[in-house]
Ligand binder design. Structure first.
Ligand code: THU
Length: 131
């Protein structure tokens, strides 16, 4: 069932990646987030001269979707020009966990990809259920 969405999400993430604002790292990342109703939100990384203020592609996509009223998601794809599939950072894993995004598609521009479930991406995750 997630299989039918994989290539589309990777393609949309690759398009989003072209909008990356990454003058410091020169590492461009794109993401595409599939909402339960079928809408797709794209995101790119947005850097800042104060490096710590950088927002990753995955969080850009998630925050765009949430700010438009979406809170239920089916999958997220992340794409970069990496040797193997691009893996989400720890901060993004925690945000992905907050919204219980069940499938995470890691990909690169060469067509390699891996799909993992949330508990594989962030084992022992801390969330509302932990308190
Ligand atoms: N980056 C992302 O956009 N997503 C990740 O999961 C990993 C890192 C960005 C942040 C920064 O702009 C650049 O990649 C280098 O770390």
């Amino acid at each position: 069932m997630i299989e039918q969405h994989i290539q589309k999400l990777i393609d949309r993430a690759a398009v989003a990646r072209e909008k990356a604002y990454s003058p410091y790292s020169h590492f461009s990342v794109g993401a595409a987030l599939l909402c339960e109703g079928g809408a797709i939100y794209e995101g790119c990384n947005i850097e800042n001269a104060s490096y710590g203020l950088t927002n990753c592609a995955e969080r850009t996509a998630i925050f765009k979707a949430v700010s438009e009223g979406h809170t239920k998601f089916k999958a997220i794809a992340v794409v970069a020009d990496t040797e193997g599939p691009c893996s989400p950072c720890g901060a993004c894993r925690q945000v992905i966990s907050e919204f219980e995004i069940p499938y995470i598609i890691m990909a690169n521009l060469k067509g390699d990809y891996t799909v993992v479930e949330l508990d594989e991406l962030l084992p022992f995750r801390f969330g509302a259920h932990s308190m």
